[in-house]
Ligand binder design. Structure first.
Ligand code: ZN
Length: 131
């Protein structure tokens, strides 16, 4: 969609369109939802990334990133016809090395069940082909 078409589109909906700078800055890309953008980022990433890194890049709250990841994990298999999946490098206790393998959803545990340390290496994520 080019700018002229876009402008018509917005003008039809918002009369005061010209007052908003963002009108002119809308690109095709911004029609993607934040979830789609995170998913694409994780597909293109070369190495698994942590929720904190994603939060920084997309200017989100880390808590929201984990929620998005949970949804991406479900949708990516469906969208790719089971060819791709969200993979998680599980969080690990930096003190004793305990690996949190049994998490039911993406999150950073607050403390280690084995040594009670709170020094936890956060999980990292990537979307990869699973065939
Ligand atoms: Zn530990």
């Amino acid at each position: 969609m080019d700018k002229a078409t876009l402008f018509k589109y917005f003008k039809g909906r918002f009369k005061s369109c010209v007052e908003f700078n963002w009108c002119w800055n809308v690109s095709e890309e911004s029609y993607e939802s934040i979830r789609e953008r995170i998913a694409r980022f994780l597909e293109e990433a070369r190495e698994p990334v942590s929720a904190d890194e994603i939060a920084n890049i997309f200017e989100l709250d880390v808590k929201d990133v984990y929620i998005h990841l949970e949804h991406i994990a479900k949708s990516i298999r469906r969208k790719s016809g089971n060819r791709k999946a969200l993979l998680m490098v599980p969080p690990r206790c930096r003190k004793c090395g305990y690996v949190f393998k049994d998490l039911e959803k993406p999150k950073k545990p607050s403390r280690c069940p084995k040594c009670k340390s709170e020094w936890i290496e956060p999980p990292r994520f990537i979307i990869a082909s699973v065939q």
